[in-house]
Design a protein around this ligand. Structure first.
Ligand code: NDP
Length: 300
């Protein structure tokens, strides 16, 4: 068997174009421009790249992008003051604080200071609780992107055996909640799981969010399963030249693609979906803030 490749890059491009069209109509009909504020504290190189991409795609979608780049030495109180200002600013519909924050800042305190209605990352405790209890919420962008790819490929997920490998608050746990919401039978595997290969082989839907390069081989995959690889791991690639690197997922793509029914590549799978879903959440937050109908098909 050779798996269908789930092209997240193309899917995300279609989503961004669709969002851009809806943003243009909001502007024309109501004079509303969705605004996304991104806060970056410190100089973490990976975070700098993410924030740059978010800014570029926000602007391309016709939204307002407010960037706040703060020094590594920024205090927690200074950051909380900034968040309070963004909460009160009507031009700001979405607020994203880029993680990780420097060690001297309590991330939970900062995230929970964001107005839940503007929490486009979906990490505020109130949005986490809402998702867990099946209420309307802001859904974390990466799991939302995974769900969109799954729905697009499979249609109904009802009754499927789903295994999520990884139990982080930003990917694994909300992914499991979303799959439960789709009426899957959900198992969460983690570093203490016994017989992980057997657990994974039960999965009709396997989501890997571990952060370990190519940890899941084809032999762990049920024939015909749909595999969503969230992992982004940078590994040395001497074959490309000295000091070069390449990106791989948590799944060993070549062996997995021979067994799976469908699989996301890395790069070009889940990654591009994350920013597209951030824009989707910003548009959803804007519509809710203005008493307009929810944009269809952009959230759960
Ligand atoms: P975390 O490090 O927060 O969580 C990793 C999870 O994997 C933990 O729950 C851990 O278990 C589990 N784990 C670690 N080792 C094993 C193992 N040997 N077997 C089974 N489970 C294991 O990572 P994140 O959730 O933040 O990210 C996961 C990956 O996804 C990373 O590669 C990250 O770069 C990528 N990512 C990609 C995004 C995208 O846009 N595509 C967005 C966010 C993340 P335990 O809890 O027991 O320690």
């Amino acid at each position: 068997m050779t798996a269908t490749i789930l092209d997240g890059k193309a899917f995300a491009a279609r989503m961004r174009a669709d969002i851009g069209g809806r943003v243009a109509r909001l502007r024309e009909e109501f004079g509303i421009i969705p605004g996304l504020a991104v806060v970056l504290v410190g100089e973490d190189p990976a975070s700098q790249v993410y924030v740059r991409n978010k800014h570029k795609q926000t602007v391309e979608a016709g939204m307002e992008s407010f960037e706040h780049r703060l020094a590594e030495t920024t205090t927690e109180d200074e950051l909380l003051d900034l968040i309070a200002g963004l909460n009160a600013d009507p031009a700001v519909n979405g607020i994203l604080v880029q993680l990780p924050l420097p060690a001297h800042i309590d991330s939970d305190r900062v995230i929970n200071a964001i107005d839940p209605a503007k929490d486009v990352d979906g990490f505020h405790i109130s949005n986490v609780g809402r998702l867990a209890t099946g209420q309307k919420s802001m859904v974390p962008c990466t799991p939302l992107g995974c769900l969109m790819l799954l729905r697009d490929h499979l249609g109904s997920l009802s009754g499927a055996e789903a295994v999520v490998v990884g139990r982080s608050n930003i990917v694994g746990k909300p992914m499991a909640q979303l799959l439960l919401g789709e009426s899957c039978t959900v198992t969460i595997a983690h570093s203490r799981t016994r017989e992980p290969a057997e657990v994974c082989r039960r999965a009709d839907i396997l989501v890997a969010a571990v952060g370990r390069p190519e940890m899941i081989p084809g032999t762990w995959i049920k024939p015909g399963a749909t595999v969503i690889d969230v992992g982004i791991n940078r590994i040395p690639a001497p074959e490309r030249g000295e000091g070069k690197h390449r990106l791989v997922g948590d799944v060993d793509f070549d062996s997995a693609a021979r067994v799976a029914g469908a699989i996301t590549p890395v790069p070009g799978g889940v990654g591009p979906m994350t920013i597209a879903c951030l824009l989707a959440n910003t548009l959803t937050a804007t519509c809710r803030a203005n008493g307009l109908p929810e944009p269809e098909g952009l959230t759960v």
